[in-house]
Design a protein around this ligand. Sequence first.
Ligand SMILES: [Ca+2]
Length: 272
Amino acid sequence: MQSPALILWLLLGLACGAGRLVAAASATTNSLGMVFVPVPPTTAWFCIYETRVRDFGAFAATHPPLDGTNWNQALYHGRTPVSAGPDDPVVNVSWHDARAFCNWLTQQEQAAGCLPAGMVYRLPTDAEWSWAVGIGAQEAAGSPKDKNARLPGVFPWGRQYPPPPGAGNFADLSALNFFTNWPHITGYRDGFVTTAPVGSFSPNSLGLYDLAGNALEWCEDCYAPGHDQRVLRGGAWINCGPKSLLSSYREHAGPARYSVATGFRCVRASAP
Ligand SMILES: [Ca+2]
């Protein structure tokens, strides 16, 4: 039986312009066109896409200054465009910037009556991200640092390495041809030198796209107790694995850092 808050949220979705329901109780779309699906057994609904340039632009145009620079005209080594299109994942955003976007979206939609007062947008926790990628039941207790790369041979697409065709956007033959002497996955070609539009590759069983590659995704958590750096999951267009593409692999960076490989994904959940 669905909770009253969830039923209210689903009904509000019908009344919020672009916030139409895609499939009742299994996916919902918000005012920016971001689609969310449940990730059991967590109570968070994950955006099926990494946050796009078009999503972030709705916020960034009115909320400078940000830690990250050139989020809408990112360049690798000063000359190769990254995330040049509106449907590419936004990059060059810090953990602070990503959280500010989530807070802004919460306020916007609550003010418009599109989001119940008891619900928020936020970054996923490291544990929620593990459930999203399918390893939540396999990881032992501990910090993200304790869990880092502890499940060898388990990738978002399965156990095969190199990945099968269409598994995601990684450092591939397309990038090798463009950059030359570029570390890449032998024999793998995804067709994208840098980022790809979100949803260009097959989703996982929950309907989530790009958990492997494209852009690294900020999580809420610190990497370890007493550690001020934050967790990043999922690998990026710049990674060729195999370790950096494991489902259990974590990177970490300071909350003000940003890069052409770093973006984020939102979840929609009850307020803490
Ligand atoms: Ca690629």
